[in-house]
Write a protein that binds this ligand. Structure first.
Ligand SMILES: Nc1nc2c(ncn2[C@@H]2O[C@H](COP(=O)(O)OP(=O)(O)O)[C@@H](O)[C@H]2O)c(=O)[nH]1
Ligand SMILES: [Mg+2]
Length: 425
């Protein structure tokens, strides 16, 4: 085990593979237009990850267009400025948009769609704006985004716009960020998942993966895409034709697991650093160093299977390999979902808890049989797997926080002790 050849920097490999997978994606390019103050930046920061609209990232491409991009996020956004000015300026803005569309038409930066933002409670749209929307619609698919939508007036405005039969691809009411009406009445975010769905209908197929990576408003969609890919990968890798391998050779599974974790991370789109991956892998692999011995990880993973000692002749069959790998990917996806949710809400993540969460989820998932694992792959709509992971994480959080009443903590500690030490036969 000590010789350098068996040392394998799994973490580095996962990170590098993830990066190159994201680079390979065909990026999605969206123009966001609308008057100042309607909520374009707020929309961008809530639909997409990494607070893309915040200053410092965008650079002006023309007088009225700002290009926003960030390394590792496969999306390019164009944000308009100064639309509220007089007609002459509006003509100029239109010309700039038109030129941009023409210039980029046949490149990877071709604009795919436009979010034209109007504040929903303005309840009024100027002729000049209608003109502009019509003009843009001639060259690009436009989604009219009605921002800061509150109650019936917003619905009425939406109906009014629909009745105008503008040549737009869709109209969508949204609230990008929770809106405080009063101290005890808050309108939650809404409409962003629908906006994502509508956008996906408009952009080219090959850019959908990039869009899903860049968005953060629909975490379940990310999980779903990752699971779909993972279950296919597991089936083709360990299905028919997989030659059983001796348990002592389990290290041949390492590169496959690296590919799996990297690809899932890329599909998901998450800003992952070394220490986060180390914590997650350590949960299953049992060692927390940056340079991990891959074999240890896999060997440890097998220890979680109930009755591993009974594997006939120490042989790992395709079935066993696929159970371990499915459980690994499902747990990993559940953990990434928690990270993404926390990130979206601007909450910090405790790496220690993350490691415990990964171990707990992995233990749960590995106990399932193949059929159940398959069903779990398909558990998309009302996602129980994510709910379970979230509950587990908040339990762990609660256990850790001193705000848990002493008595509750005591009861938990005692019952855990009984479970671990006394109930064994
Ligand atoms: N609570 C809440 N405030 C919003 C929303 N959209 C915009 N705002 C507020 O409206 C103001 C202008 O929004 P901003 O995104 O900067 O508009 P932009 O000029 O179009 O980029 C900011 O103070 C935001 O806080 C929203 O969905 N919810
Ligand atoms: Mg702005």
């Amino acid at each position: 085990m000590k010789q350098p050849s068996s040392k394998y920097n799994m973490i580095q490999e996962i990170l590098e593979k993830t990066e190159s997978e994201v680079e390979k994606m065909s990026p999605v390019n969206i123009l966001i237009a609308g008057k100042t103050g309607v909520g374009k930046s707020t929309l961008i920061n809530n639909v997409f990850r990494e607070q893309l609209a915040d200053t410092g990232i965008g650079k002006p491409v023309t007088k009225h267009l700002r290009r926003i991009s960030k390394e590792g996020v496969p999306i390019v956004l164009y944000d308009t400025r100064g639309l509220e000015l007089q007609q002459k300026v509006q003509k100029q803005v239109m010309k700039e948009i038109f030129n941009l569309v023409q210039d980029n038409k046949h490149s990877s930066e071709a604009i795919h769609a436009v979010y034209y933002c109007i504040q929903a409670n303005s309840s009024r749209i100027e002729d000049m704006e209608i003109e502009l929307i019509k003009e843009i619609s001639e060259i690009l698919p436009v989604i009219l985004v009605l921002t800061q939508s509150i109650g019936k007036p917003a619905d009425a405005f939406s109906n009014y716009l629909e009745d105008m039969n503008l040549p737009v691809a869709a109209v969508q009411n949204v609230m990008s960020e929770p809106y405080e009406i009063s101290d005890n009445y808050v309108i939650p975010r809404f409409g962003l998942k629908e906006l994502i769905e509508k956008t996906l209908q408009l952009i080219p197929k090959e850019s959908r993966e990039a869009f899903n990576n860049a968005q953060q408003a629909d975490i379940e969609r990310k999980a779903k895409a990752a699971r779909r890919w993972a279950s296919r990968y597991v089936a083709t890798t360990f299905g028919v034709g997989f030659a059983p391998i001796p348990f002592s050779d389990a290290s041949v599974l390492v590169p496959m697991q690296v590919t799996l974790l990297a690809h899932i991370t890329a599909i998901f789109g998450i800003s992952m650093d070394k220490s986060t991956i180390i914590s997650i892998i350590a949960a299953v692999g049992g060692t927390g160093s940056a340079t991990m011995i891959g074999k240890t990880v896999v060997a440890n993973a097998f220890k979680f299977i109930p009755g591993i000692g009974t594997i006939v002749g120490g042989i790992i069959s395709g079935t066993t390999a696929s159970i371990v790998t499915s459980a690994l990917s499902l747990s990993y996806i559940e953990v990434l979902s928690i990270i993404a949710t926390k990130e979206k809400n601007g909450e910090s993540i405790d790496l220690g808890l993350l490691e415990r969460l990964m171990r707990k989820q992995f233990k749960k998932n590995i106990k399932m049989n193949r059929q159940k694992l398959k069903t779990k792959d398909l558990e998309f709509e009302d996602d129980d797997a994510l709910k379970d992971a979230l509950n587990t994480y908040s339990d762990l959080e609660e256990e850790k926080s001193p705000s848990v009443p002493f008595k509750k903590k005591m009861v938990r500690t005692v019952s855990t002790f009984i479970k671990n030490h006394l109930s064994k036969k």
